[in-house]
Design a protein around this ligand. Structure first.
Ligand code: ACO
Ligand code: OAA
Length: 371
């Protein structure tokens, strides 16, 4: 038996959803640059779930279905008041809340493609409301109902703040959602596929995936990037802090990737957005600091910035609280998880690899009194 630490380079499944080949990311054959510049998040959801772009009426139907399904069961809203919401991390709350949603879905245990697709729509729609309602309840505000005439991106920002977003804010948020939607067999997507390959239900798959995304080596890195930027505080401090971290072999959050070698193609779109939004806000320092960190890290190591690095200053510029960055990643990535869950069901086999045993050899049981 040979083992590969972290399964690096192991091809664990076939998939027709997204690909990373020679540092180029595609969703169903469409280059991420093309989609980031042109597509709405709703179009991308359709693309990932159907493996083709929607026609006009199909897109309108999906938009309507998403808008119609955003409201939450009252019991799920009420449960936010049953724990100390101010001290709970929103990703922990989201993990539990998605699981709880399954308790109120009459079709939760239905295992046919049509029912699973209907659940996918409900989960994708409601996850936006789960994150925004959590944020409002913890700050003592009432959750805001979605508006059916808004895009998914605009609705999220509206449900979060109560204000209709400016065009540039909607554009930036839509782009972030498009860029985060899917990424081949990343850790959380693999987790989702492992969970549902036992023929467990869709809610189990998404709940498991949220748990995997939460960690700072994966989706949790975006919040850590903002923490680092805040701690550094000014452009003048960047050089000394980053050089010290590199000398101490500390990980710089938002850099490095298991698959990309030359660079993450999503980062440049978020970098451009960060530049625009920080300028509009009159808070260019977040962009300037980010660029300087980027120059120092890439000047010393082959460690290009990943999707999490510039997304931090983008979300900060949208007035989003820092611990909501990873839940927002989850809102977008739910579309990819659901696509992979549906694909897994359509051609399922239990995922069960082997472990190379490195423990003690055969031993004989000794009664507790004699140990
Ligand atoms: C959406 C996403 O999930 S994107 C990734 C988000 N995560 C982060 O940004 C966290 C910071 N980055 C990392 O921890 C890693 O680069 C990962 C987890 C993304 C990839 O990990 P792996 O492929 O396992 O690489 P691994 O951690 O083994 O790193 C290889 C080498 O590069 C170094 N390295 C990797 N990333 C970084 C980093 N961000 N800062 C400093 N050094 C790094 C490691 O210390 C290691 O050095 P060594 O060979 O001298 O021991
Ligand atoms: O693919 C990965 O390992 C991590 C990543 O960039 C993502 O999930 O978007």
């Amino acid at each position: 038996m040979t083992t590969t630490k972290g399964l690096e380079g192991v091809v664990a499944t076939q998939s027709a959803i997204s690909s990373i080949i020679d540092d180029t990311l595609t969703y169903v054959g469409y280059d991420i640059d093309d989609l980031a510049d042109n597509a709405s998040f709703e179009e991308v959801i359709y693309l990932l779930w159907h493996q083709r772009l929607p026609k006009k009426e199909e897109l309108a139907e999906l938009e309507q279905q998403l808008a119609d399904n955003m409201s939450l069961p009252q019991a799920v809203l009420d449960h936010y008041k049953t724990y100390d919401i101010k001290t709970v991390h929103p990703m922990a709350a989201l993990r539990s809340a998605v699981s709880m949603l399954g308790l109120f879905d009459d079709e939760a245990e239905e295992m046919n493609p049509e029912a699973n697709y209907r659940k996918a729509i409900r989960i994708q729609a409601k996850i936006a409301a789960l994150v925004t309602a959590f944020a409002r309840v913890r700050s003592g505000q009432e959750p805001i109902a979605p508006k059916s005439d808004l895009s998914f991106a605009a609705n999220f920002l509206y449900m979060l703040s109560g204000n209709l977003p400016a065009a540039i804010e909607e554009e930036a948020f839509n782009k972030a959602l498009v860029l985060h939607a899917d990424h081949e067999l990343n850790a959380s997507t693999f987790t989702a596929r492992v969970a549902v390959a036992t023929l467990s239900d869709v809610y189990s798959g998404v709940t498991a995936a949220i748990g995997a995304l939460k960690g700072p080596l994966h989706g949790g890195a975006n919040e850590q990037v903002m923490k680092m930027l805040t701690e550094i505080g000014s452009v003048d401090n960047v050089e000394s802090v980053i050089n010290k971290k590199l000398a101490n072999k500390e990980k710089i959050m938002g850099f490095g990737h298991r698959v990309y070698r030359k660079g993450d193609p999503r980062a440049k779109h978020l970098r451009d957005m960060s530049q625009k939004l920080t300028k509009i806000r009159g808070e260019e320092k977040w962009y300037d600091m980010s660029v300087k960190i980027d120059e120092i890290v890439t000047g010393q190591k082959v460690l290009p910035p990943n999707v999490d690095f510039y997304s931090a200053s983008v979300y900060h510029s949208l007035n989003i609280e820092h611990d909501l960055f990873t839940p927002i990643f989850a809102v977008s990535r739910t579309s990819g998880w659901l696509a992979h869950i549906l694909e897994q069901y359509s051609n399922n086999r239990l995922i069960r690899p082997r472990a190379e045993y490195i423990g003690p050899g055969m031993q004989t049981y000794v009664p507790v009194e004699e140990r």
